[in-house]
Design a protein around this ligand. Structure first.
Ligand SMILES: [Zn+2]
Length: 745
C-alpha cells in the first residue's frame, strides 16, 4: 500500500504562446514528505518519488503548490485554488469535496525568476498553501490546482493547471492511550533541611489528551485519539536516586515499575492500548523520562515531546543515534550527515500542520538525545506507519462513513469471552482468567521483597518482561505443586542504556522488579519462589529463595457501597481485615456486567476512597472492591448509577507548548472525548474565540470528529483561546493560552 508516487503530466499553460507562471509540482504533507528529493539529498538511495511518504486517514494535510516564472520579468504575484475530488466506492465515482479551496493566508505569493530549492522549500511563504481538513483525508483523493496572476490574471482562464496523481489514503491509525494517573505526596528533595512534604494531585484524562497534542500532530495517526484513565495510584518517593548500574535505573524507578504493574493487572493487562503513567507537574524527578519501564511509558503532565518519545518506545522505536546509542539501521542523510555517520537527522523537510512551521532536514528526530528533539524523521515516520501499536486499520471502499472508535472501557473482542469457545481455530485470542499475581523486587542482595499478591480476573499476560531462572509455585498441604508460573523480570532500563542485547537475556542479577502470573486453581497451603539451576551432574537443583504460608481465612467483607454527590464518588467498606502480611484494597468497575473490568485505584490502605466521576462512564456501573491479605483475595460488588457529566474536552492547538507566528495560519483543534459520555453523539454548536472575539466557523457536528478550523494567528503577544460547545442539555467551555511572535528567521 502506498500513495501512487511519481509525476503526473506536465503543467499545461492554457496559452503556450505567452510565457507565464507555471506550477512545478505539489507537495501533500501531514508532517514530513519527499518533494524533488534529488535536489537536496545527495545519496541516491535516500532519494524517493514525490509524495511517497504514505498519508494516513483522518488527519489533515497541507498542500503546497510550487510555482515558478520563466518569463524572466520576475516579481509577479499569483494566487490560486485547489479542487479536491474523492472516491469512496467501487466502481469509482469521483465527487468534489466541499467548495473549491482558497489558499491560506497570505493568499498570494510573489514568484521570483531565480529558483533556489532550499529557500523555497524551507518557508511556507514561498508556496501557495492549502489545507485539506481531516474529514476529507480518506479513501482515494485526486487534486487539481489552478493559478493565475493577481494583476491581469483571470480565475476562469488560469495561467496554469496541475493535476495530481491519485492518492490512496486507506490506512487509519489511532493513538490509544490509557493513563495511569499518579499523585505525589512525599518529600520535596529541594527543600529544607528539614525537608518539607509536597502534595500534588493526580493528572486527569484532560491532561492526558492535552499532553498528547504534539504526539498526535507529529506522528502518522488520525486527529482523534482514544483516551481513557486506568485510575489513580499514589506515589511518595522522589524519583531522584542514582542508577544501580550503568544504563540501569535507580531503586525508586524500579519500585515505581512494580507499582505500575499492579495498576495494569488491576486493569486487565490490556494489549490494545498504550499505558502511560502521567506524573503531576512538579514531581521530584532527576531526569525526565529517566527510565523505560515494562510496557508502560511514563512522563510529566504537559511534557509533550517526552510523551511522544516514550510512546515511540512503546510503539517499538529505538533511539535515533545522537548523543545516545541507537537504532543501527537509522540512515545517514547526506549532505546533512557525514556518509555512514547517522546523526538523527530528519532527512526531509518537515511541516507542522498546526501552523506551517518548517523543520529542516538537518533538524533532529525526537527519538534522539540531541536537542531540540525537533520533529519526526523520515525513518521513524515509516516505522510508525502500519504499526500495530497504533491500532492500524485498512479502510474499505464502499464502507463509508469510517466507523468510530471502540469503547475504551470495554475489553476488546480478542479478550475472548470466557463463556465462549474460540470461534475460528487459529485466531489469536487470549482469555482473561483467574490468576494469582505476585509483584515485587529482587534486590541486589538476592532477596525477594514482595509488594503485592493479588488473586484477580485478568489477561494472563505480562508485556515488556523477560523470563528468569526463577519460578513461583502454589503448593498444597503435601507440598505438591498446584500451580506455577515463571518469574518475569520487568524491564527497567536507563535511557542512555544500549540495552537491545540485554533486553532478551535471561539475566537474573538484581535489582529488578518482577511479576509472576499463574493460574488461580485453589487456595493452597503456601507460595514459594525457587531458583532452578542445573547441577554439575546435569541434574536439576531447586533452591527455595522465598516462601509464604497461607493466611488462616480469606478477608471477610461486611459492607461495600459507592455513593455519588456532585462530581465526586465515594467508595466505603467495612469488614474483618487482618493479616500478618498487611491488607491492601483495590477498586475496579465494569460497565458490561462484569465481562470487562477497569482499574479505579490500587494499593489503598484506608477503608474509603474518593474519586472523580468525570473520569468514568455515566450509567449503571458495577464496582468491585478487592481485599488482598497477602495470600488470598476477597471481593464484593455493588451497583451504582453514575449521573450525567460533561465529556472530556481538550484544546490541542493552540496551547502553551509552542510560540506561533503572527499572521501565519493557525489551526484551532480540539477533541471531544465521549468515552465517558457514550450517549452524547452530536453537538448543537461550537464557537471558537480568540481573546473573546469569535473566529473561524462553528456549527453542529458529531462528537466523534475532532473540531478543527484554520485562522490567521493574531498579533504578537499573549492570547487566550476559548471553545464553547453546546449540547442538547448543557454546554462546556474550555480555554487555552498561547503566545504569538513576529516572523524572524
Ligand atoms: Zn528513550
Amino acid at each position: 500500500m502506498s500513495n501512487a508516487p511519481g509525476e503526473s503530466g506536465p503543467p499545461n499553460p492554457t496559452n503556450p504562446t505567452i510565457p507565464g507562471p507555471k506550477i512545478d509540482g505539489i507537495e501533500i504533507t501531514q508532517g514530513i514528505q519527499y518533494y524533488k528529493s534529488d535536489m537536496h539529498l545527495t545519496d541516491p538511495s535516500d532519494q524517493k518519488n514525490d509524495n511517497s511518504v504514505m498519508l494516513v486517514a483522518s488527519k489533515p494535510a497541507w498542500v503546497r503548490v510550487y510555482v515558478s516564472d520563466f518569463s524572466g520579468s520576475g516579481g509577479i504575484t499569483v494566487t490560486g485554488e485547489l479542487i479536491v475530488e474523492r472516491n469512496s466506492q467501487i466502481p469509482p465515482i469521483w465527487k468534489r469535496v466541499d467548495d473549491v479551496m482558497g489558499p491560506l493566508p497570505s493568499e498570494t505569493i510573489s514568484v521570483s525568476s531565480v529558483f533556489d530549492y532550499a529557500t523555497v522549500r524551507s518557508d511556507i511563504s514561498s508556496t501557495l498553501n492549502f489545507i485539506i481538513p481531516q474529514r476529507y483525508l480518506s479513501y482515494n483523493l485526486r487534486l487539481r490546482a489552478n493559478i493565475w496572476q493577481v494583476d491581469g490574471g483571470n480565475k476562469n482562464n488560469p495561467d496554469a493547471t496541475y493535476s495530481s496523481p491519485l492518492f490512496f489514503v486507506m490506512l487509519r491509525q489511532t493513538l490509544r492511550l490509557r493513563g495511569i494517573m499518579i499523585s505525589y505526596s512525599g518529600i520535596d528533595p529541594n527543600s529544607g533541611p528539614p525537608p518539607t512534604t509536597m502534595n500534588l494531585d493526580a493528572p486527569t484524562t484532560e491532561d492526558l489528551q492535552t499532553t498528547a497534542a504534539w504526539t498526535l500532530t507529529a506522528n502518522p495517526v488520525q486527529s482523534q485519539g482514544s483516551f481513557s484513565s486506568a485510575g489513580t495510584m499514589d506515589w511518595s518517593t522522589p524519583l531522584t536516586g542514582i542508577a544501580t548500574a550503568p544504563g540501569g535505573c535507580s531503586t525508586e524507578w524500579i519500585n515505581l515499575t512494580a507499582a505500575v504493574a499492579q495498576v495494569k493487572t488491576n486493569d486487565g493487562n490490556r494489549t490494545d492500548v498504550i499505558y502511560f503513567g502521567l506524573l503531576p507537574i512538579g514531581t521530584p524527578i532527576q531526569n525526565v523520562g529517566g527510565c523505560a519501564l515494562n510496557g508502560v511509558s511514563i512522563g510529566l503532565n504537559r511534557d509533550q515531546v517526552t510523551m511522544a518519545h516514550e510512546i515511540g518506545h512503546a510503539a517499538g522505536l529505538q533511539h535515533a543515534p545522537c548523543n545516545v546509542p541507537g537504532d543501527t539501521n537509522y540512515p545517514a542523510y547526506e549532505p546533512y550527515d557525514v556518509k555512514d555517520t547517522p546523526n538523527a537527522s530528519l532527512g526531509e523537510y518537515g511541516l507542522d500542520i498546526n501552523n506551517g512551521n518548517i523543520h529542516l532536514p538537518s533538524a533532529k528526530d525526537y527519538m534522539g538525545y540531541c536537542f531540540p528533539q525537533e520533529w519526526i524523521s523520515l525513518y521513524h515516520q515509516k516505522k510508525l506507519t502500519d504499526n500495530k501499536n497504533f491500532g492500524r486499520e485498512q479502510l474499505e471502499l464502499s464502507v463509508s462513513p469510517i466507523p468510530g472508535l471502540p469503547d475504551p472501557f470495554v475489553w476488546p473482542e480478542y479478550f475472548q469471552d470466557p463463556s465462549s469457545e474460540e470461534p475460528n481455530p487459529g485466531d489469536i485470542k487470549i482469555k482473561p482468567q483467574n490468576i494469582i499475581s505476585i509483584i515485587g523486587i529482587y534486590n541486589k542482595n538476592g532477596q525477594i521483597e514482595i509488594q503485592s499478591i493479588m488473586r484477580i480476573f485478568t489477561l494472563p499476560k505480562i508485556t515488556g518482561a523477560v523470563e528468569t531462572s526463577f519460578e513461583a509455585r502454589l503448593l498444597g498441604s503435601k507440598e505438591e505443586i498446584l500451580s506455577k508460573g515463571p518469574l518475569m523480570r520487568l524491564e527497567t532500563f536507563g535511557h542512555e542504556c544500549d540495552c537491545e542485547k540485554e533486553k532478551n537475556s535471561k539475566n537474573s542479577e538484581g535489582p529488578f522488579a518482577f511479576q509472576v502470573i499463574m493460574p488461580d486453581v485453589e487456595s493452597g497451603n503456601s507460595l514459594n519462589i525457587v531458583d532452578t539451576l542445573t547441577g554439575n551432574d546435569g541434574g536439576q537443583i531447586v533452591n527455595e529463595i522465598w516462601t509464604r504460608s497461607a493466611t488462616k481465612s480469606p478477608p471477610k467483607i461486611g459492607s461495600f457501597s459507592v455513593e455519588v454527590s456532585r462530581d465526586k464518588g465515594l467508595a466505603k467498606w467495612e469488614g474483618e481485615f487482618s493479616s500478618p502480611y498487611g491488607i491492601k484494597f483495590s477498586l475496579q468497575f465494569s460497565k458490561d456486567k462484569g465481562r470487562s473490568w477497569n482499574s479505579l485505584a490500587v494499593e489503598l490502605e484506608k477503608n474509603e476512597h474518593q474519586f472523580n466521576i468525570n473520569e468514568i462512564p455515566v450509567g449503571d456501573l458495577v464496582f468491585r472492591l478487592l481485599v488482598h491479605d497477602g495470600f488470598l483475595t476477597s471481593y464484593k460488588d455493588t451497583q451504582t448509577v453514575i449521573p450525567k457529566h460533561p465529556p472530556i474536552i481538550s484544546i490541542l492547538n493552540p496551547n502553551d507548548s509552542q510560540k506561533l507566528i503572527s499572521g501565519r495560519p493557525m489551526r484551532l483543534y480540539a477533541i471531544i472525548n465521549t468515552a465517558t459520555t457514550p450517549n452524547l453523539k452530536t453537538i448543537n454548536f461550537h464557537i471558537w474565540q480568540i481573546d473573546g472575539r469569535q473566529v473561524g466557523d462553528g456549527g453542529e457536528g458529531l462528537t466523534n470528529d475532532p473540531l478543527e478550523t484554520w485562522v490567521a494567528a493574531p498579533g504578537t503577544g499573549d492570547h487566550e483561546c476559548t471553545l464553547i460547545i453546546g449540547y442538547e442539555d448543557g454546554k462546556s467551555i474550555v480555554t487555552s493560552k498561547f503566545t504569538t511572535i513576529d516572523y524572524n528567521r
